[in-house]
Design a binder for this molecule. Sequence first.
Ligand code: ASP
Length: 341
Amino acid sequence: MLPCSLLSCNDGKTERKNSENTMSEKIPITILIHGGAGEIKPGFLTEEQELDYEIKLKEALDAGYLILEKGGEATEAVISAIKILEDSPLFNAGKGAVLSHDGQVSMDASIMQGKDLNAGAVSGIKHIKNPILLAQLVMDKSDHVFLSGEGAEEFALENQLEQETNDYFITPKRWLQLKNVLGEDSTHIKSIESKMDDKHGTVGCVAIDENGNLAAGTSTGGMVNKKYGRIGDSPIIGAGTFADNSSCAISATGHGEYFIRLSIARNIADLIKYKGLSLSEASKEVIQNQLADLGGTGGIIAIDSKGNYCFEFNTPGMYRGVKTEGKEGRVSFYEKTNEVR
Ligand code: ASP
């Protein structure tokens, strides 16, 4: 049985007090990842499946952490962790992404760095192996922030990003999932609602590097049976992804429509920056009050510029992990308990 060392938030207040006492104390390099939130309860996965998720999440966590350990930038760490999760069929991103109503995969991704508020995002991607690399390319090599569909893919090809056929992304599990959804209910909106429980698996990462720079990234196939070019929160800067060295870095997962309406990631950052809330207070307010009151489900991973980190979700579980300097990396799936560093 997976040793689910439960993890949630270290307490921003405690951390602030510590840093006042030891002003010169170095902020520990830290990386957090998620692989989606939803009806993930004990018994939901077999022991073998738990192990598969644990191994892959740890691999992503370790790869990102290694970059930070070698003095690399938070952005690079976030990209490398997300790329590993995109390449795994376990998650709803890259290979293994959920299917749209037409039986194709259509992916969204975004990246943002806190040092300069630079960002890149893409949506409706059908042939690029790693959408997160395309989001990075948009950030680094274009005059724009957000590219979509064919234009985004044209830009990817001009820059020699690795391509795949749409079939490469499709797994038997996702075929079955779409078939079940369509069989149960042919009105796509209703079936999206009713199958929320099956669609977790969006991936995301936030990190702080040795220079105290923050970064956040998110990648997804969106929601199963989506139609009409639907775009969720994941590629929307301020909704599914946000990073600002003056507040925090956030990556979200959940029912995207609600996350867009509440500008979830930016909302949390603003509560910290303008209202003086700690990271965990701001995250709780937005996820447990605002999101829940509106009827939305999901969660976030977050880290602030002092190195406080936080997982907050209003679903039974969330695939998640954290590795911070001087401590063992930990991966968890199920319900959370508070943890103070
Ligand atoms: N937020 C994603 C979307 O709505 C889905 C998810 O996180 O599971 O597209």
